[in-house]
Design a binder for this molecule. Structure first.
Ligand code: NAP
Length: 243
């Protein structure tokens, strides 16, 4: 139980990668507080976490400053100063550049980038030590047509990660994970065949990864073994974003 006694906050923990990360950190011994915009207490994730240990769910939209502050306040009141923050909440808007409205662009940036910034700030206001893990995307590195706001938001998360790694050292270590294609609700509408993954993403493994593949990296970065790692971005992508 490498994370025994630690408190972890996970944004967007109700489904997909965030749920897998919340469960992995909890299985390693951490108390876990997660948020998402829906009725967090009603979903199956809270029950699954409580079967493993202490947990709390909170309804919050990460793009809303007051709601993010309320999430951190509630977690602090219940568990004390946080040790681990995973910025996982994210959305995408798929459309050609010419059909992307300023509102579409702003919404993606607000959830993916502003949400990450707000949560990092609130974490750092309550804790001098610990780990921040930001979920970026391989698309930050390679780009993709029809996903301009998403790619830009994820690229900015990598820059934010590096800046905060310098600013918050040595107490808080800040790293990013850049997932490749992972089988979740986010990728379901654009489901690709192994051949497409191999072709489009130049992926030697030519398949989707699972949320647990990202959770394993998050658990490693949250643990003592990762104590000399900060300001880095780890690709977990089946080899698809190799330079
Ligand atoms: P997902 O299945 O669509 O789940 C998204 C999660 O984010 C849900 O828990 C959702 O809550 C939450 N969320 C959405 N908007 C939010 C907001 N405004 N405030 C707080 N929470 C919000 O997505 P996923 O595939 O697990 O992706 C998770 C992260 O990994 C995202 O940052 C995504 O960009 C990144 N990523 C995914 C892939 C992939 O292939 N799947 C690849 C690279 C990077 P609700 O349940 O309430 O909607």
């Amino acid at each position: 139980m490498t994370l025994q006694g630690k408190t972890a906050l996970v944004t967007g923990g109700s489904r997909g990668i965030g749920r897998a990360i919340a469960l992995a950190l909890s299985a390693a011994g951490a108390r876990v507080a997660f948020c998402h915009p829906g009725d967090a207490a009603a979903g199956p994730t809270l029950a699954a976490l409580e079967a493993q240990g202490e947990a709390m769910a909170f309804a919050a939209d990460v793009s809303d400053e007051a709601q993010v502050i309320a999430f951190h306040d509630a977690a602090f009141a219940r568990f004390g100063a946080p040790d681990i923050l995973v910025n996982n909440a994210g959305i995408l808007h798929e459309a050609p550049l010419r059909d992307t409205s300023a509102g579409d662009f702003d919404k993606v940036i607000a959830v993916n980038l502003r949400g990450c910034f707000l949560n990092c700030r609130e974490f750092a206001r309550r804790s001098d030590a610990g780990r921040i893990i930001n979920i970026a995307s391989e698309l930050a590195l390679v780009g993709r047509a029809d996903l301009v706001a998403y790619c830009a938001s994820k690229g900015a998360i990598l820059s934010l990660t590096k800046a905060l790694a310098r600013e918050l050292a040595p107490g808080i270590l800040v790293n990013a994970i850049a997932p490749g294609p992972i089988e979740t609700d986010m990728t379901a509408p654009a489901s690709m065949s192994p051949e497409q993954i191999a072709m489009d993403l130049a992926s030697p493994l030519a398949r989707y990864g699972q949320p647990g593949d990202i959770a394993a990296m998050a658990r490693f970065l949250a643990g003592d073994e990762a104590g000399f790692i900060t300001g880095q971005c780890f690709g977990v992508n089946g080899g698809s974003a190799m330079p």
